[in-house]
Ligand binder design. Structure first.
Ligand SMILES: [Mg+2]
Length: 260
């Protein structure tokens, strides 16, 4: 039985627009009883908010239990460590909820870890605090490395661009949790409960979705509905060096090829 780790933006929806065949793909997985999980680098939304967005945009049933975000994976990663549970967080609701949900304490002083995700209220004061905490020995965790986010009105700086300021100031490299990091993929594979080799990593981004899938030992399927398009896919494969097992026009073609 195959399992699926499915990317959201560029794969299921594009911002507030449904991507064709996303709903019928999920319905087909449900009918066959094939397990799946939505895996997103977005740390700003809670899993409940992500599920609500899927329901609203794609028009299918979706539940928070079917979502794994980079914020949740970052929280699990810290909770597993023995180095302490005091966390200074730069991020939004999704990150804060994920951290407190696993029993970590959000603090402003003397943290054991600095965790940084997208924060649309990022300030010099937050940057300064993070830099001082890391210089004093706190671990540095970044939810996801995405440097740009596509939006309705153009590109916006992502979590990776904020993290770049912390890296520059501290000269310390963070532990990166989100795709293509194998850390989030390891939690995703665990949640599905299948061998990695039976799981398809599905997404529109060669560097994150396909790179992460390969790093985790999963099978990989690229859809050309987001970052990758039919016009740029060959150049992107050449540039990233990642060669997905399947290159599909969209989720409908992926389903056909799984059946073929
Ligand atoms: Mg995507």
């Amino acid at each position: 039985m195959p399992g699926f780790l499915i990317d959201l933006d560029g794969t299921m929806y594009a911002g507030t627009r449904q991507i064709p065949h996303a709903a019928s793909f999920i319905k087909a997985l449900e009918e066959r009883g094939w397990p799946y999980l939505y895996v997103t680098n977005n740390s700003s939304r809670t899993p409940e908010q992500v599920a609500a967005h899927i329901r609203d945009i794609v028009g299918i049933d979706a539940d928070a239990e079917y979502v794994l975000s980079s914020a949740q994976a970052a929280a699990s990663y810290i909770a597993e460590r023995q180095d302490g549970s005091r966390v200074f967080a730069i991020g939004e609701a999704g990150l804060r909820q994920a951290l407190t949900e696993v029993g970590l304490e959000l603090v402003e002083r003397d943290p054991d870890f600095v965790v940084q995700g997208i924060d649309r209220e990022f300030t010099y004061a937050k940057l300064e605090a993070a830099v001082r905490h890391i210089a004093a020995g706190a671990g540095f965790i970044m939810t996801n490395p995405d440097h740009l986010l596509p939006g309705a009105h153009g590109l916006s700086p992502g979590a990776g661009s904020l993290g770049a300021a912390i890296r520059m100031a501290t000269q310390i490299e963070p532990v990166v949790i989100g795709k293509p990091s194998p850390i989030i993929m390891r939690y995703a594979v665990e949640r599905l409960g299948l061998p990695a080799g039976d799981i398809w990593a599905v997404g529109d981004n060669l560097r994150t979705d396909i790179g992460g899938g390969i790093a985790a030992g999963c099978r990989t399927a690229l859809v050309q509905t987001g970052v990758a398009t039919s016009a740029n896919v060959d150049a992107q494969i050449a540039e990233t060096g990642f060669r997905p097992e399947l290159v599909c026009r969209d989720l409908a073609e992926l389903l056909e090829r799984l059946d073929g």
